[in-house]
Design a protein around this ligand. Structure first.
Ligand SMILES: *[C@@H]1O[C@H](CO)[C@@H](O)[C@H](O)[C@H]1NC(C)=O
Length: 286
């Protein structure tokens, strides 16, 4: 059965996200690389609060949701993904107004069909305007950056956000939206489903290139679908969406890290997309 996932994001990056998804799905031909322990060691050195064992356990949950490869499936059987994007160059109010109508119709359709949605960028602008659109929809994942997170919090929560407690802030936003999964992107990605909070602080790179968020949304679309297929028995009581989000954040950071090792300051999102296969193999198939 094919259950489509959907990612809404901005512009140019949509193509990049597509490429990322394609690369991710063909990560089969998995390559090789330093052992996962080396990756975990780096993560650990950056975040001593969490033990390597905890990190390993969370990675294991991500592995549990990845469907085995088989030659018996045909195209489309592992799901289809729809991407709704806009124009990155022109992000004024008239554009938002025009795209909103479109997005409300496509969000409503997804909800009616019980299809998972990943909402980023200008999709988040829409949610801040009309939180009711997503309220309580358990198959939605929002991926705000710092500014988008603040905007959403101001729209949805009465009291201003407490910048000294990022975990609490993400937890509260998720709860206020009816336990919709929220991934706050940043130096450390903070993820909550309104019940638990996970942090992904594995080393990425100090360079931020446009489109990195699209790689996250694209891989999240795939992982959310896999996680829902796998179900909570594979994720040890954690919500499947929470595990999917952790996996996508780790993958994006690992791609960024590997690309930066090779290309330094000149790293572009295309270089990151080229790392999807090896990064996936290193994190989840080693
Ligand atoms: C969200 O999760 C919290 C913590 O488990 C729970 O108390 C609350 O009732 C949930 N809200 C909804 C709308 O499910």
């Amino acid at each position: 059965m094919a259950v489509p996932g959907m990612a809404t994001g901005a512009g140019v990056g949509a193509a990049v996200a597509c490429a990322a998804v394609v690369a991710l799905l063909s990560a089969v031909l998995a390559l090789y690389g330093p052992p996962l322990d080396a990756v975990l060691e780096r993560a650990f050195s950056l975040n001593k609060a969490r033990s390597i064992k905890d990190m390993k356990n969370t990675f294991q949950l991500v592995r549990n949701i990845i469907p085995p490869l088989t030659t018996k499936k045909h195209k489309g059987q592992d799901g289809r993904i729809g991407i709704v994007g806009g124009c990155q160059e022109y992000t004024g109010a008239p554009y938002f107004a025009a795209i909103s109508a479109l997005k409300v119709g496509i969000l409503e359709a997804s909800k009616a069909r019980d299809v998972p949605v990943v909402i980023d960028a200008d999709g988040l602008w829409l949610i801040a305007e009309q939180p009711a659109l997503i309220q309580g929809y358990q198959k939605a994942v929002l991926t705000p950056n710092h500014a988008e997170f603040r905007r959403l919090s101001e729209a949805v929560l009465r009291d201003p956000m407490d910048s000294s407690d990022p975990h609490g802030a993400v937890l509260r936003l998720s709860q206020a939206l009816g336990n919709v999964t929220v991934v706050r992107k940043g130096e450390r990605d903070v993820i909550s489903d309104g019940r638990q909070v996970l942090e992904c602080s594995q080393e990425g790179s100090s360079r931020r290139c446009g489109g990195q968020g699209d790689l996250l949304s694209g891989s999240l679309g795939v992982l959310v679908h896999w996680a829902l297929l796998a179900g909570p028995e594979k994720t040890d009581g954690f919500s499947p969406l929470l595990v999917a989000a952790f996996g996508a954040c780790s993958l994006t950071r690992q791609c960024s890290h590997q690309a930066f090792q090779k290309h330094g300051r000149s790293t572009t999102t295309t270089d990151m997309v080229a790392e999807v296969g090896p990064a996936f193999a290193r994190l989840f198939e080693s």
